[in-house]
Design a protein around this ligand. Structure first.
Ligand code: PMP
Length: 307
């Protein structure tokens, strides 16, 4: 579908994207006072069905962000879920999509400490799954910027304003000729990438920073931990990671709803493994695809059929 033709949910109405407008003086516009989710839905040709992946977990995290930010929201889990489903149906998508669902502080009289009025938009867009074999792999730079922490702007909440930290790291890295950044936290340990969580493999162990390492409690991270243990019998360790461990690991990848699983080939000029897609990363990514497209029935409870 042409992205300019899509229909957006805004304030209990479903409107053409060009008519969905927010006031310039709203706290969301001025201070990034919004919480959001990026939710993927994958089309299954076999089932002629569009499946939202781990929708209930995204809705739960959205509600946790609302609570943490003390936003005075009137939306129930059911309201949030139905808004997403109704918006997708209004567009009649029969392809892979990504949906941005944002709850924000609206109105013209408010400021950075306003808790209401609360509003919501739901914006789907076409976005197809990219098989990992077609990705070239990422060259990462350890950022000179520190990841925000739970003592200042918690990465646990998915708040618009948090992304300025990711922005600084990402733009610095790309201007320096890298594809993306990896951020260290306030303890000097590895936290995450811009919009993605980090895993590495050393001696056949899958290692990822703990949820107290200044990361978002990522749903893809949780999915990977489960399938690594349950399907591949891998030992998964959640622990702090030192910067120099990155330079000697066997495989590394970033993951998230948007980037799915993407291998890292180089960190700060140090080649990761042999600089190619590693075996374990490849296996995990292949299995992830089977789950999200409904081809593995064992994990079907993670899929919400839209139609
Ligand atoms: N970290 C950050 C900062 C993110 O924005 C995202 C994307 N939501 C992730 C990690 C990955 O989270 P998820 O797997 O839930 O998409």
């Amino acid at each position: 579908m042409d992205n300019n033709e899509r229909m957006i949910w805004l304030g209990d109405k479903i409107l053409p994207v060009n008519e969905a407008k927010i006031n310039v003086l709203s706290p969301t516009s001025q201070f990034g006072l919004n919480v959001f989710e990026g939710i993927r839905c994958y089309w299954s040709d076999n089932d002629k069905q569009l499946y939202a992946f781990r929708l209930d977990d995204h809705i739960k995290r959205l509600q946790q962000s609302i609570k943490l930010m003390r936003i005075n929201s009137k939306y129930s889990a059911e309201n949030l879920k139905n808004a997403l489903i109704d918006t997708i149906k209004a567009n009649n998508y029969k392809e892979d999509i990504a949906v941005r669902q944002t709850v924000f502080v609206d109105g013209v009289g408010g400021t950075w400490n306003s808790t209401e009025p609360v509003n919501m938009f739901v914006a789907p867009i076409s976005k197809h799954f990219t098989p990992i074999e077609q990705k070239k792999g990422l060259k990462c730079q350890i950022s000179s910027w520190e990841r925000i922490s739970d003592r200042n702007l918690s990465p646990r909440a998915k708040v618009g304003a948090n992304y300025i930290n990711s922005r600084m790291a990402y733009i610095e890295a790309t201007q320096n000729g890298y594809d993306t950044a990896l951020l260290l936290n306030n303890h000097g340990k590895v936290s995450e990438g811009p919009g993605s969580c980090f895993f590495m493999i050393r001696n056949n162990q899958l290692i990822t920073p703990p949820i107290t390492a200044s990361i978002l409690e990522s749903i893809t991270r949780d999915t990977i931990i489960k399938i690594a243990k349950e399907q591949f019998g891998l030992e998964v360790i959640e622990r702090d990671i030192d910067r120099t461990e990155l330079y000697i690991c066997d495989e590394a990848f970033l993951c998230g709803s948007a980037m799915e699983i993407t291998h890292i080939t180089n960190i700060d000029g140090y080649m990761v493994g042999d600089g190619k897609l590693g075996e374990i990363t490849h296996k995990l990514s292949g299995f992830y695809y089977l789950i999200i497209t409904g081809q593995n029935i064992q994990y079907q409870s993670w899929l919400t059929p839209i139609y």
